[in-house]
Write a protein that binds this ligand. Structure first.
Ligand code: NAD
Ligand code: DAU
Length: 350
């Protein structure tokens, strides 16, 4: 029986990865380590919490002594590392928090894994989940490939780039069995409503302005979160040590076009007159250092490991809206308390 540590499994993507692994691999023991920050929520994985091959540990990856003890207690076979501070806007107001979790936290995990696994690195895998934002921004053409140079612009992407470099350094220096994937923007259920799509769904439902940064011309490449989880499964089991894979949906949208489609879907679902939700669109001050365009070339993953995205964007968006509309309690819970303060600080001054 394999024992796998998944970090950040109470967050958006991590919860989908934990669910996939717990259900698909009853022979694996999955240990979910999460600090339960504002973004972590055990309700995200309520459906699997009583499964015999699943357990949860609350803890902070920044706490090196705790992490070392955890590794020595559990004797993990492998790690899939997703825990991170993930929101660009928060990194602009509080960069140090991102350095602590994303850089120091990752190095703590690498050190603990190195100490435990040093006699047989090849039998133990450290999978680091990263982002396309490390590559910086594209102009109107081109795509990010696995060999694109790193050029991060936000404190968030700089911290993720730094963690990627550390992961590669532990492969090159110590011979650890590491893999990295860099994925584009995810969307789907359980996405915290500070991010564009769930924030807009929440605001449209409550007849509040939809804040679009700048002119809404920035482009993101959207991938359904369950497709990302499937890619992580395929890469974890099949990639060669030391390799990197880009994951993306070949699905680029300007923010404004995306929001217009979302408004149409919301009009239909909420029985509103066509065009009613779009009246909520409000252009606000741009994000500092706002990357213009991301686009992932996932040819390597598709050709070498046979992964392909499964959903068309409009189908995925509709599924996502349905989930939010039928999980009102989830949304109410995460948008009460601290969220209100964050929202005011982030948006009332714009
Ligand atoms: P998220 O913010 O929804 O979840 C992060 C999780 O990490 C939360 O459960 C949080 O409690 C936990 N966490 C934060 N700090 C911690 C700490 N110090 N110790 C232990 N746990 C801690 O993030 P997400 O969107 O699910 O992203 C997961 C990973 O995927 C991140 O590494 C992110 O960089 C990467 N990624 C995200 C996207 C995206 O579109 N969301 C795309 C590509 C890559
Ligand atoms: O590309 C992968 C990255 O995607 C991940 O690494 C990050 O963790 C994840 O948060 C996401 O980053 P973005 O900054 O692209 O996502 P966000 O939802 O914050 O913003 C998407 C686009 O929408 C971006 O161009 C900024 C814009 N935006 C965002 C918000 C929150 C708005 O116009 N208004 C908003 O209120």
């Amino acid at each position: 029986m394999k024992k796998i540590l998944i970090t950040g499994g109470a967050g958006f993507i991590g919860s989908h990865v934990v669910r996939l692994f717990v259900n698909k691999y009853p022979d694996y023991q999955i240990v979910n380590l999460d600090k339960l920050t504002y973004a972590g929520n055990l309700n995200n994985i309520k459906d699997i919490e009583n499964k015999p091959n699943y357990s949860f540990v609350k803890g902070d990856i920044v706490d090196a002594a705790f992490i070392n003890e955890l590794f020595s207690l559990h004797k993990f076979d492998s790690v899939i590392h997703l825990a991170a501070e993930s929101h660009v806007d928060r990194s602009i107001s509080n960069p140090l928090e991102f350095v602590m979790t994303n850089v120091i936290g990752t190095v703590n995990l690498l050190n603990a894994a190195k100490n435990e696994w040093k006699d047989n690195f090849s039998a133990h895998r450290f999978y680091h989940v990263s982002t396309d934002e490390v590559y910086g921004t594209l102009g109107e053409t081109g795509m990010f490939t696995e060999t694109t140079s790193y050029d991060p612009h936000s404190p968030y992407s700089a911290s993720k780039a730094s963690s990627d470099h550390f992961v590669r350094a532990y492969h090159d220096t110590y011979g650890m069995n590491v893999i990295i994937s860099n994925c584009s923007n995810n969307y789907g259920s359980h996405h915290f409503p500070e991010k564009l799509i769930p924030l807009s769904i929440h605001n449209i439902k409550n007849n509040k302005p939809i804040p679009i940064y700048g002119k809404g011309e920035n482009i993101r490449d959207w991938l359904y979160v369950e497709d990302h989880a499937r890619a992580i499964d395929v890469i974890f089991h099949n990639a060669k040590t030391g390799t990197t894979y880009n994951i993306g949906g070949h699905n680029e949208w300007t923010n404004i076009d995306l929001i217009k489609i979302l408004c149409k879907i919301m009009d239909k679902k909420l029985n509103r007159d066509e065009g009613e939700s779009a009246k909520l669109i409000t252009f606000v001050k741009d994000r500092a250092g706002h990357d213009l365009r991301y686009a992932i070339d996932s040819t390597k993953l598709q050709k070498e490991l046979g992964w392909v995205p499964s959903l068309q964007f409009e189908e995925g968006l509709e599924k996502t809206v349905d989930w939010y509309l039928s999980n009102e309690e989830w949304l109410t819970n995460v948008t009460s308390g601290a969220y209100k303060k964050y929202y005011e600080e982030q948006y009332t001054k714009r």
